[in-house]
Write a protein that binds this ligand. Structure first.
Ligand SMILES: *Cc1c(COP(=O)(O)O)cnc(C)c1O
Length: 399
């Protein structure tokens, strides 16, 4: 037998050299409880029924697979967009929060905590808590609270409490630290909804499996449109890596599918203002997981930078660290400038204003060429409404 291109994590949550659960002893019972229950719950018909029903009627799935004709013409290749931007709340993140709230209910939890960077995961979490009538506390970096004000208002409108994280760079990694602290203090009644394929095992696997619906739909939809379930390339931006994991999932073991991950280079690799983890990082431990991590020579985590709050994270999930190390995926990094231009281009070529995170994926045409008959599937992970002010300031759209 040929060795598979990709393996599910082992029972300890390791994807090759990465993953695991490096957690303080006080967190062990919480993580262990989830670990013992999650595969059984995910596999149960009762869970699947509720999950699929909410994905359809509440999230608005299946999301379209859209052939981008004008963009395809411009780059002389076949470009499809998986329209996660059309999900309720404007991004793929709701797939995960719907799944996790159903899991929390089955575990008998009465309170939800979450961390958020761009605010998208906070909104997605506050949304499902409102839906289920469950208390919700969202930790958010004080800097992010300022630069993502509309999402803060949304969370409050939805009834969530937003708690600012004021340590460190006051961004996503600091909010995550605060959420972990809360969880340690509230072990029995609280479920922590992590927003990406990061954190201690079983979160990376749990979140990947909840997002896998994206590539399940792509296979079906591509078959209807192209007579094949197999694209030549699947492309996604990677912050923690959940939208990427979702669109890669069904294709990970198919050697015909090239997998492309796009990281945020910020102002440039050598500027000290970057979030391109695979270019700048090495193995280390962050938020309970062994993965690639941007750090100084003493192992202290380096402050990341990206114009997009959702990609402004110093690590990537262990699954992606493994995809990078094993060379299963091709990693590309693009600058703020190229991402912003790609966002403007998609807006004016297809009438779709992407989130700045998403725009990074579309910037690969500067780095990479494709044949005219190749099929590219981009994960259009989110919409750009939350980023309008940033786009407007950047391009001086208003005189
Ligand atoms: C949060 C976010 C991302 C980055 O998170 P991943 O876990 O890497 O997917 C990408 N796109 C959008 C629209 C987001 O909101």
């Amino acid at each position: 037998m040929k060795t598979p291109l990709y393996k599910e994590p082992n029972s300890l949550g390791f994807y090759g050299n990465f993953g695991g659960a490096f957690i303080p002893e006080m967190l062990y019972p919480n993580v262990q409880e989830l670990n013992e229950a999650y595969t059984t719950i995910l596999a149960s018909n009762d869970f699947k029924k509720d999950f699929n029903k909410l994905l359809r009627d509440y999230v608005g799935r299946p999301t379209p697979l859209y052939f981008a004709e004008r963009l395809s013409e411009r780059y002389q290749t076949k470009i499809y967009l998986k329209r996660e931007d059309l999900c309720h709340t404007g991004a793929h993140k709701i797939n995960n929060t719907v799944g996790q709230i159903l899991m929390a209910k089955r575990l008998g939890k009465k309170r939800i905590i979450a961390e958020t960077g761009a605010g998208q995961h906070g909104v997605a979490t506050a949304t499902v808590c409102a839906l289920m009538g469950i208390e919700c506390v969202v930790y958010m970096g004080a800097v992010d609270i300022k630069r993502q004000a509309p999402n803060v208002s949304r969370m409050k409108m939805l009834g969530a409490t937003v708690k600012p994280a004021t340590s460190g760079s006051q961004t996503l990694k600091d909010a995550t630290n605060e959420a972990i602290r809360d969880w340690i203090n509230n072990p029995t009644d609280t479920h922590y909804i992590i927003g990406s394929v990061v954190g201690p095992h079983p979160y990376p696997d749990l979140v990947a499996k909840l997002q896998a619906v994206i590539s399940e739909e792509v296979e079906q939809q591509l078959f209807e449109k192209e007579g094949t379930k197999v694209p030549d390339h699947v492309i996604a931006c990677v912050g923690g890596g959940s939208n990427a994991a979702g669109i890669y999932y069904q294709f990970l073991n198919n050697p015909e599918v090239n997998i492309i991950a796009v990281e945020a280079e910020g102002k440039g690799i050598l500027t000290g203002e970057s979030a391109a983890t695979t270019r700048l990082g090495r193995s280390g431990i962050i938020h309970g997981s062994k993965t690639l991590l941007m750090q100084n020579k003493d192992g202290q985590i380096t402050e990341p930078y990206s114009i997009s709050a959702g990609l402004d994270y110093p690590g990537i999930g262990p699954m992606h660290a493994n995809l990078f190390e094993s060379k299963r995926a091709e990693f590309i990094s693009v600058t703020d400038e190229d991402a912003m231009k790609a966002g403007l281009e998609l807006s004016q070529t297809e009438g779709i204003i992407p989130a700045i995170e998403t725009a990074h994926a579309f910037a690969i045409f500067k780095e990479r060429q494709f044949n005219h008959d190749e099929i590219l599937v981009f994960n259009c992970s989110g919409r750009g409404d939350k980023d309008l002010q940033t786009y407007t300031d950047y391009f001086k759209l208003i005189d």
